[in-house]
Ligand binder design. Structure first.
Ligand code: F0G
Length: 358
């Protein structure tokens, strides 16, 4: 290995290198990386002020290479697919999983097929799949239909399924919990996150428990998952036929990791709660305006949920809270452009500019 290549690997090692001893790797697992993981954990002062929590931390998962948390699990799933001899990968996706699969497959020279619910994927995510050269199968149905088909077709063909039903995805996504424990020196008391297909809440809970078992964390958090009210099967207790929400990433009616989400909720003494689109939109705008954090709508569900817990009277004083910000605002420009812009058309003159200032 050249010196500059070694220096690069050391600068951004990625999760396979950073957590090699804690992930299900073998000597034959290629240590691929796009520099995923090691995302910032930043305080959110306005949310501390509103809720009275001692600290509210935002785990900025949109700082991963493809702009969402999916890269942590995808790098493991793709590495294990290569180790097993696959030359193609496939997933169903509301957009972020497909963007991540497309990027890692492109880098490793694998064919990649993505099944997306037709007409229901944010433009930025579709742009990523296009740019990376994925074959896009726009399914005339929901995400849940697409996932069922993805499972069926990968059983018939020699193509690796890289949805979170693949255990290597969940294994890799635990690394976010490990990083939080590393950064805080313990687990937080309250962990807030959006829930769609429920792989990520399953992974975080497993990750926190693993840190606790190793003695890295002295406490376990209460896990709070938030679903959009129009797509809240884990709240109502039964699948939703036609899930609806403007947070398209979590427009899912029958989560694959249903049991994992229920276990996280019950074992941690937490809850899974519905937040309305209006609450998600308000949190989305608040994050952007008050914290300078441009998250995609589904990611803002963490904060919408925290604010809902506070509104319902939950005592947060003295508590450390972590909210996962799971995906980037730029992925869904249409959602942002629904905000009334503060825009003036001005003549190209100094007077024109000055007249438009406060
Ligand atoms: N936040 C974002 C930005 C997501 O893209 C997703 C899921 C979630 C939260 C929910 O995570 O499914 O593990 O409960 N997106 C998947 C996808 C379904 O296809 O990109 P989950």
């Amino acid at each position: 290995m050249s010196e500059s290549r070694a220096a690069h690997d050391a600068a951004s090692p990625g999760v396979l290198t950073r957590f090699a001893d804690r992930l299900p790797l073998t000597g034959a697992t290629p240590r691929i990386s796009l520099g995923e993981g090691s995302t910032p954990l930043v305080p959110a002062p306005s949310l501390e002020q509103i809720t009275g929590a001692a600290r509210v931390w935002l785990k900025l998962e949109f700082c991963n290479p493809t702009g969402s948390f999916k890269d942590r699990g995808m790098v493991v799933a793709v590495a294990k697919a290569i180790e097993a001899g696959y030359e193609a990968v496939l997933c169903a996706s509301t957009g972020n999983t497909s963007a991540s699969a497309a990027a890692y497959a492109a880098r490793q020279g694998l064919r990649v097929y993505v099944l997306v619910p037709g007409g229901a994927v944010a433009q930025g995510k579709l742009a990523q799949a296009v740019a990376h050269g994925a074959r896009i199968l726009a399914v005339e149905g929901s995400f849940d239909d697409a996932l069922q088909l993805a499972r069926a077709v990968t059983e018939r063909r020699s193509i690796a399924l890289v949805n979170s039903v693949n255990p290597f995805r969940i294994a890799g996504q635990q690394t976010a919990a490990w990083e939080i424990v590393d950064a805080l020196g313990d687990a937080p008391q309250i962990h807030c996150m959006p829930v769609g297909n429920a792989g990520n809440i399953t992974a975080y809970w497993r990750g926190y428990r693993d840190s606790y078992d190793r003695g890295d964390a002295k406490q376990l958090p209460q896990m709070f998952g938030f679903q959009a009210a129009g797509a809240a099967p884990l709240v109502t207790g039964r699948p939703v036929q036609h899930p609806q929400t403007f947070a398209t990433a979590i427009r899912i009616g029958n989560p694959a990791s249903w049991q994992g989400a229920v276990a996280a909720r019950d074992e941690s003494g937490g809850d899974i709660v519905a937040v309305t689109d209006a609450q998600i939109r308000a949190a989305y705008e608040h994050l952007a305006r008050a914290e300078g954090v441009f998250a995609e709508p589904a990611a803002a569900a963490s904060v919408a949920g925290l604010l809902a817990l506070h509104d319902h009277g939950m005592e947060l004083a003295g508590r450390q809270v972590v909210c996962v910000i799971s995906g980037a605002g730029l992925k869904d420009p249409e959602a942002a452009l629904q905000i009334q812009p503060d825009r003036r058309d001005v003549p190209a003159t100094l007077e024109g500019i000055e007249a438009a200032l406060d």
